[in-house]
Design a protein around this ligand. Structure first.
Ligand SMILES: [Zn+2]
Length: 197
């Protein structure tokens, strides 16, 4: 991802002199900071759509390699106990056959030497697709979408992994659930990040 980038969410910035994007200047996020590999442009939109909806699971190798290449140093410096892919609701996972974030997290985790934890964070609410909603609607849509299996949490620092970061509403909702259950610091890695918002 080309510099300059937002020091909080990693979104590409227009001007050199500002530290944070408009969204991060306005809003307090539940996570500490995050990084992404690609801007979510036309090319990546098509690529991610093939990955998710055309069953191109092999793309996970490329995404994970790029993720480690461009965000690996940052991820290692965060000294996280685990990577946690953003879970899908079980009905969506069944329909798609796989969780795209989990595929990438597993491959990246192997390369980074960070364990992947999929049993702690659960998506217990079926949410509408986020892409047609504005930011306020996205946050309402995700309210109580995630739950944490309490007794399993021995994790202090975690890195959430997702395919696309736009407003951060998904990462914030997942981070908030983890923070309520003993996790102290949450970071994120995303394959793509939107420019808007
Ligand atoms: Zn930002």
């Amino acid at each position: 991802m080309a510099e300059p980038a937002c020091k909080k969410c990693g979104k590409p910035l227009e001007a050199e002199e500002i530290e944070y994007c408009g969204d991060c200047s306005r809003r307090k996020h539940a996570y500490i900071r995050g990084k992404a590999v690609f801007p979510y442009d036309g090319l990546m939109r098509a690529s991610i759509a093939r990955f998710k909806y055309r069953n191109r699971r092999e793309y996970a190798d490329f995404y994970a390699a790029e993720l480690v290449k461009s965000c690996g140093d940052a991820a290692r410096a965060w000294e996280a106990d685990a990577l946690i892919p953003i879970p899908l609701h079980r009905s969506r996972r069944r329909k798609r056959g796989f969780n795209q974030a989990e595929l990438v997290a597993r491959k990246a985790g192997k390369m980074l030497g960070i364990p992947v934890e999929t049993g702690v964070l659960l998506r217990t609410k079926k949410t509408s697709p986020q892409k047609e909603l504005n930011d306020t609607q996205r946050r309402a849509n995700l309210k109580n979408a995630f739950q944490v299996r309490q007794n399993d949490v021995r994790l202090r620092k975690v890195i959430l992994v997702d395919d696309i970061y736009t407003t951060g509403s998904t990462i914030d909702a997942a981070a908030a659930a983890l923070l309520e259950h003993g996790v102290e610091k949450v970071y994120f890695l995303a394959i793509c990040i939107g420019r808007g918002f």
